[in-house]
Write a protein that binds this ligand. Structure first.
Ligand SMILES: NC(=O)c1ccc[n+]([C@@H]2O[C@H](COP(=O)([O-])OP(=O)(O)OC[C@H]3O[C@@H](n4cnc5c(N)ncnc54)[C@H](OP(=O)(O)O)[C@@H]3O)[C@@H](O)[C@H]2O)c1
Length: 254
């Protein structure tokens, strides 16, 4: 086997929510494998830091500020990326957030906000990016799901609903674009230490519950997302589409 199938040299990747957390780790992984990166988010200072991190890896990178929930904003951002890089070979739909309270207390405006970012945002960005992948005859879309797309947990009403939606969205997109050469897969991680889960990380009871639930007994380390991202973005996974790869230390094997 030629290990060049894992190389992303000459590719251009766009990663939403790559100004921090798992998106940043994914963007750095793609850059290490050879790709140039469009770093996307809302906070310019955070984006600039990640762009510098990628330059330090001797890859091209530029930052793009747009809100994934607003169609005009998404199209403006994607057009700017295409003007800068000329193409997008890899899209990672990753921007996401959470709000945790019991179902009976869940505010309607928080439901709308979470679904807009975690679910509607993925389709708006894919709709803007994929036409040029179809023209190229090749593309990779990776939707960042969660183990909450596979299992339920209390206090996760909108988040688990959005991730269940991401799982189904991944299958529909994969079926529609398979013949056009655009592969669509999801990554479903367990808990990784990022800003989104900071509160849980510092809640001893919740932290211990997650460790006890996980056969490997711990949270994921940010660098452990790298292999799965490179695999799904590269030619190594060219005959895989419509799947969700869980990375969870064995949690969902129960
Ligand atoms: N951390 C975990 O344990 C875990 C587990 C499973 C799945 N995930 C998934 O992984 C993804 C990243 O999560 P994370 O933990 O890395 O979160 P994070 O550190 O809070 O980062 C979230 C990212 O999303 C961006 N974002 C949020 N709302 C946005 C919007 N409306 N428009 C554009 N960008 C927006 C943020 O940009 P700004 O900060 O610049 O606004 C930031 O870059 C999410 O889809 C999450 O569901 C995380």
């Amino acid at each position: 086997m030629n290990l060049d199938i894992f190389s992303l040299k000459g590719k251009v990747a766009m990663v939403t929510g790559s100004s921090k957390g798992l998106g940043r780790a994914a963007a750095l992984a793609l850059a290490k494998a050879g790709s140039d990166i469009a770093v996307c988010g809302r906070n310019q200072a955070d984006i600039d830091t990640v762009v510098n991190d990628i330059h330090a890896l001797n890859r091209q990178a530029s930052g793009f500020v747009f809100d994934v929930t607003r169609k005009e904003s998404v199209h403006k951002g994607v057009n700017e990326i295409l003007a800068r890089f000329g193409r997008i070979d890899i899209l990672i739909n990753n921007a996401g957030t959470n709000y945790r309270v019991p179902v009976l207390e869940y505010p309607e405006e928080e439901w709308d906000r979470i679904i807009a970012i975690n679910l509607k945002g993925y389709y708006l960005v894919a709709q803007a990016v994929v036409p040029q992948m179809i023209t190229l005859g090749y593309g990779k879309v990776i939707n960042m799901s969660s183990i909450l797309g596979h299992i339920g947990l209390p206090n996760q009403l909108a988040y688990a609903s959005s991730k269940g939606g991401v799982e189904q969205m991944t299958k529909v997109m994969a079926l529609e674009w398979a013949k056009a050469g655009v592969r669509v897969n999801a990554i479903a991680p367990t808990y990784f230490e990022t800003e989104m889960v900071k509160q849980i990380r510092h809640d001893k009871e919740r932290f211990d519950f997650i460790n006890e639930r996980t056969p490997m007994g711990r949270w994921g380390k940010l660098e452990e997302i790298e292999g799965i991202v490179i695999f799904l973005a590269s030619a190594a996974s060219d005959f895989i589409t419509g799947q969700s790869l869980v990375i969870d230390g064995g949690w969902t094997a129960w």
